[in-house]
Design a protein around this ligand. Structure first.
Ligand SMILES: *Cc1c(COP(=O)(O)O)cnc(C)c1O
Length: 392
């Protein structure tokens, strides 16, 4: 199939080579730890790399490989790589790009465990980092040092939904020959394709929209062939945070409906966001699709739709925020996002509890902030539940 000529929705279903020797419609699940060689010489050739073929599933597996090919196509990158979790993907990339003494420049606001990892890298391995708003060129330039080895960005930022203009950052990064890494989890490749905007490496927690059904923890990385090969042979192979073939199979299934699901996530979110904004007990909403949101123009420029997440602050205390969560009946209190079920969480005490208070407040994560991942239920039912919980 000529992948270049097909639309995203088609590639989400058909992209990548076939792994089925028997014509099965669904890709076979190669649930195997190792692969047998026909002879000692074949084993030698596989290890020497003079013959292509599988050796051992930590080094490669046909089901996993199809997923890697498909995600690379969907992100517009040269190659893809899979991991046992989003954090395994993040750590493999950060460790591949840095050594002791290096520096990482990050967006102001990061997934809680990414923040934790950066902290650990600083304390144990002398790899420093700075956070930047990335709002203007001067601000970014002032934080780049001669040791800066990568710029690491989340946009929209979790959980404050602030946006970063990727092309603006890329322009500066290119002048300094620094790769730009984007955690694209909140968008999925359906809404935003950072490589097409000039970024170098994309990371996903595939646990979220890509899987989409709340049944697998997984991570993906997309980038240039050389870089993916380097990670394959170092921080993936030797640290070993690999994806299981079964999880790859689940993600291949999830990807088929990604465009359809994302459209519904986005439609529902738009409705809920406008209702939340008008609610008397809501102080402020943070939603990229709101034209009053400071990131609205950036959203228009680099995302095709505003996504399925909203954060909002309530009038009241931490206890009031917790009580709202406690009164919900349909909406589930859970971290994670991008599932069919609508999920709600309290970042200050849950996903970002590891971030020290001062840094947390700097990121805009107050005790009054609540994050909602809008699911695929009827929006009327989602709103009815939220409304009764907010009103009590
Ligand atoms: C969930 C998440 C991660 C971590 O992914 P896991 O699959 O849970 O390891 C990283 N970044 C973002 C933005 C996330 O939402």
């Amino acid at each position: 199939m000529n992948n270049e000529s097909k639309n995203f929705d088609t590639l989400a279903i058909h992209g990548g080579g076939s792994t089925s020797p028997n014509g099965s419609l669904t890709p076979p699940l190669y649930q195997t730890s190792t692969f047998t060689f026909e002879s000692a010489e074949q084993g030698e050739a596989r290890f020497a790399g003079t013959e292509e073929g599988y050796i051992y599933s930590r080094l490669g597996n046909p089901t996993v490989k199809l997923l890697e090919e498909r995600i690379a196509i969907l992100e517009g990158g040269e190659a893809g790589l899979s991991f046992g979790s989003g954090m395994a993907a993040v750590s493999a990339v950060l460790m591949a790009l840095t050594k002791s003494g290096d520096h990482i420049l990050c967006s102001q606001g990061l997934y809680g465990c990414t923040f934790g990892l950066l902290q650990m890298m600083k304390e144990k391995y002398n790899i420093n980092h700075d956070l930047s708003d990335m709002d203007d060129e001067e601000e970014i330039l002032s934080k780049i040092t001669s040791n800066t080895k990568l710029i690491y960005i989340e946009t929209p930022i979790n959980p404050t939904m602030k946006l970063i203009d990727l092309q603006k950052v890329v322009k500066i990064a290119k002048q300094h020959h620094i790769p730009v890494v984007v955690d694209n989890t909140f968008c999925s490749p359906y809404l935003q394709q950072p490589i097409k905007l000039g970024c170098d490496i994309v990371i996903h927690s595939a646990t979220k929209y890509i899987g989409g059904h709340g049944d697998a923890i997984a991570g993906l990385v997309i980038g240039k062939k050389d870089f993916i090969q380097q990670v394959t042979m170092t921080t993936k192979k030797d640290i070993g945070g690999i994806m299981s073939p079964f999880d790859a199979w689940l993600l291949l299934r999830g990807l088929k409906t990604l465009p359809v699901r994302m459209d519904r996530h986005c439609d529902n979110t738009e409705k809920i966001a406008s209702l939340l904004k008008e609610h008397k007990n809501v102080e402020q909403t943070f939603y990229p699709g709101d034209f009053e949101n400071p990131g609205y123009e950036i959203m228009k420029k680099q995302m095709c739709k505003p996504g399925g997440l909203i954060s909002f602050t309530i009038k009241g205390s931490k206890k009031d925020a917790q009580n709202i969560l406690n009164r919900l009946k349909l909406i589930k209190i859970a971290v994670s996002l991008g599932d069919t079920e609508t999920l709600i969480q309290h970042p200050a005490t849950m996903t970002h509890a590891v971030v020290p208070e001062e840094a947390r407040l700097k990121m805009g994560i107050t005790d009054q902030l609540i994050r909602l991942s809008v699911g695929l239920e009827a929006w009327e039912d989602i709103w009815e539940d939220l409304h009764q919980a907010l009103n009590d």
